[in-house]
Design a protein. Structure first.
Length: 421
């Protein structure tokens, strides 16, 4: 039964970190192991900006942004100081050339084009990490994730074709593992099986790990992070955050649903189905006990969990003649939201209005406003934050609402959500 290691892009952005990753992998080289890597650093965000610039046809801005991304990757290769540097440079040059050519394509579907461009981040990191580990004499084999994870055509948030994907993974990965090889592949990206790249949703590399673990009946998935484990809040925002030693699959699903950044929302479900252990492991303190996620719910309510989603947009929709918001109106609004790939983080309705909160995206907001403006009164606020507290109490609510303006709130027995500024 193999182990699955997933390394996030922040951990791969420096040569010292890549060397540390090698040492972690080297310790497990004598057991079946699959490694999944993300795009390095902020490459995905930078490629997203690059794609948007390509839509404007501003060639000077495009070249400047393109070479900035290229320089970041070539600098990493240079600082790694490996014997096969010329091979890595050659492979990267070829891949960057393909990227530049694709930027000039006129895509009929914005989201299809988005996936073709964004996916290069994982392609670049796969090239670098594979050749680096090969240089270290590890028995590593690279398998492109697009060859083993097949999806439908819902670009930017594709649905996995599970039977087809499971068969491909068993066919292409199992034999190599049995032959003592370490498998390296990319997270986040997949294909529709017809030559077009798709993606699994932002931060989807965790989901890639779960897909492969499910298909191989893996023993455990280890997600390596630059934190001590799963924290009850983001320590970059909340300095009093503490480590959670253990939670259940169900609690992890709840936290992922509400936006916890450590775990992708789709990751837990396939692991739960086969009772595969998930560990959130401290990258810089590998000997410390990781957070354990399994079926036991005994510890779920022990520690309150705080999730803050920043850069939120509140859009309020009401009828122009102040009629009730009917099922027909709801259907129209939801069809519009779905067509523009908007994920709703919270919604609330009254007799005459309907409000939704979603991640700030001016492109998508303008599309929605254009589509609904003729039939509804539309009001929106931006730069808000959505605070979610699991297993709350009055003291902790008061603590985090101090001097905050509240726009909207909802709560049930276990969770309170408050939109604040």
């Amino acid at each position: 039964m193999p182990k699955i290691f997933k390394f996030g892009g922040a951990l791969l952005s420096k040569a010292s970190n890549v060397s540390h990753m090698y040492r972690l992998v080297e310790k497990h080289k004598n057991q079946p192991l699959v490694i999944i890597v993300s795009a390095i650093g902020k490459t995905t965000n930078n490629l997203e900006k690059l794609y948007h610039i390509s839509q404007t046809k501003n060639q000077e801005a495009l070249r400047k942004s393109f070479f900035k991304i290229k320089k970041q990757h070539f600098n990493l290769v240079e600082t790694l100081k490996v014997r096969n540097e010329d091979i890595i440079i050659s492979k990267l040059e070829e891949s960057f050339s393909h990227l530049y050519n694709k930027l000039s394509n006129n895509y009929d579907n914005y989201y299809e084009g988005y996936d073709q461009i964004i996916s290069f981040g994982e392609k670049f990191s796969g090239i670098i990490i594979y050749h680096f580990l090969q240089n270290k004499q590890l028995p590593v084999k690279f398998i492109d994730a697009c060859e083993i994870i097949h999806t439908d055509n819902k670009f930017t948030n594709a649905t996995v074709k599970w039977k087809e994907t499971e068969s491909l993974i068993k066919q292409k990965v199992s034999t190599s593992l049995n032959n003592g090889q370490i498998i390296l592949t990319q997270g986040f990206i997949a294909s529709n099986g017809k030559g077009f790249i798709t993606t699994l949703g932002r931060e989807g590399s965790d989901f890639s790990a779960a897909i492969i673990a499910y298909s191989l009946n893996a023993r455990e998935v280890c997600i390596w992070k630059d934190v001590p484990g799963l924290m009850n809040a983001d320590p970059r925002i909340f300095p009093d955050a503490i480590k959670i030693p253990h939670i259940s699959y169900n609690e992890a699903i709840e936290l992922a649903f509400y936006g916890a950044s450590v775990i992708h929302p789709k990751t837990i479900q396939p692991l739960k189905k086969k009772n595969i252990i998930l560990k959130v492991c401290p990258f810089f303190q590998p000997d410390c006990t990781p957070t354990l996620i399994n079926s036991s719910e005994n510890d779920d309510t022990e520690i309150p969990k705080i999730i803050l989603k920043e850069r939120q947009t509140l859009l309020s929709i009401s009828s122009k003649n102040l009629e009730f918001i009917t099922e027909e109106n709801f259907l129209r609004v939801f069809e519009t939201i779905n067509s523009h790939r908007v994920h709703i983080n919270l919604m609330q309705n009254s007799a005459v209005s309907f409000s939704i909160i979603f991640n700030e995206n001016i492109h998508k907001l303008n599309k929605i406003l254009t589509d609904l403006n003729n039939d509804f009164i539309l009001k929106y606020n931006q730069n808000l934050s959505l605070l979610t507290i699991r297993h709350y109490n009055d003291k902790i609510i008061k603590k985090y609402l101090n001097n905050k303006e509240v726009f909207l709130s909802q709560k049930n027995r276990t969770t309170i959500q408050i939109l604040i500024k």
